[in-house]
Design a protein around this ligand. Sequence first.
Ligand SMILES: [Zn+2]
Length: 229
Amino acid sequence: MGGVEFSPMTLNQNAATRNIWSKSIPWPIGADAMVVVPYRCEGAVNLTRLEPALRSWEKETCVRFREMAASEKLHDTYLLIRASTHCTTATLGINPSGPTTVDIFDACGYGGVIHELGHALGFMHEQCRSDRDKYVIIHLENIRKGVPAYEYSLKSTNNFDVPFDYTSIMLYSGAGENGTRVMVARNPLFQTVMDYAQYLPTATPSFMNIKTLNRNYRCDNFAQSDYQP
Ligand SMILES: [Zn+2]
């Protein structure tokens, strides 16, 4: 895709056509152009991992995560972050039939929590982008046991004219079974970046992730100086 222009009205009507996936439902944009995502935690969520991950998506974007008060009435449109034994987000963007659930635990790694929150904001995996075959070669025969093949399937995505990104927090490393590779960078200079970008303690959303998010939520002009945590 790419190169698709939206008028504001069309953008609104196509709110669900967003790398970011064609079927993800974005969080509502407020009258002040900010996107407030109410959330609450369930179980012993590791806040020293979660808090920096939340802040990493807020910095330089119009998204703000707001912790709900314990007394606050529960409604369907909120993010439920659960202490778990796996790293999963049930839906991309809003779950239309209940809270949007993100399951995390320490083994998700530094970037893993940021990655799951990316799903909750509407992001599809980078390797599933509509234009990914120009950037990576997929060897499904090498897929690790237990990893479903659809994690590497091509999807209809709106890429917002933002280039494919080997440093995306939403890109798998592409490591395969027994030291093989499921995914190889067509540009070998990016292979190492692709392997480790998400797994280092310094992991953050990439510049392109931020760009995509801001375009998705129509705040592409958002300046870092406006940031108030
Ligand atoms: Zn994922």
